[in-house]
Design a protein around this ligand. Sequence first.
Ligand code: DX5
Ligand code: ZN
Length: 220
Amino acid sequence: MAPTKKIAPSILAADFAYLADEVAKVAPEADLLHVDVMDGHFVPNISIGAPVVKCLRPATDLYLDCHLMIENPGDFLDDFAKAGADSCTVHVELGDPRPLFDRMRAHGMRVGLVLNPDTPLDAVVPFLTEIDILLFMSVHPGFGGQAFIPEVLDKVRAARAIVDERALAVELEIDGGINLETAPLAAAAGADILVAGSAVFGASDTAAAARAIRDVAWGV
Ligand code: DX5
Ligand code: ZN
């Protein structure tokens, strides 16, 4: 059964001074809200953490999709769960993610696993039966506004084939450089969830921008 296709605006590109307003404006065309958490160690940039998720939680009903670009996610899963995260997505490059999965499940969060552009698909295949979301980085993590890396589409296609063949309940999500040109490529490769930061929050009408991405990707 194919999961529903979804758009996930990334608040990294929003105006943090008006975050609740930014979220409310995009909400009619958003399925999830992508929250980029960066620690200045795993990636060379610092963004936001669980306190912001805690403030967002009462401000929106949207699913909060927390992408943890941090060296020690295990130290913060409790905080994200308590703050109201719907899922946390951890990087496979950090080593065995299973203990983190167990902690996320214990908190009732959905489980995400993410791989960088240079990480082979083989690194995540052993975990496909244990996760809800597989996130493909289509830029090197750390910054919004980078150019899409098209080679990542081969991995998305290969994952789509595995997930379909084994009828796994894993959503395929792609993050980085998604815009009106790249969204159709990602959708055609089999992505279920498109994350878009600059292409949404850089537009004057953010909801229309999200809608336009959905239209070009899936024609709906
Ligand atoms: C990059 C982040 C992305 C980022 C995407 O490290 O994981 O979620 O917000 O931004 P755009 O859509 O501008 O590439
Ligand atoms: Zn992200």
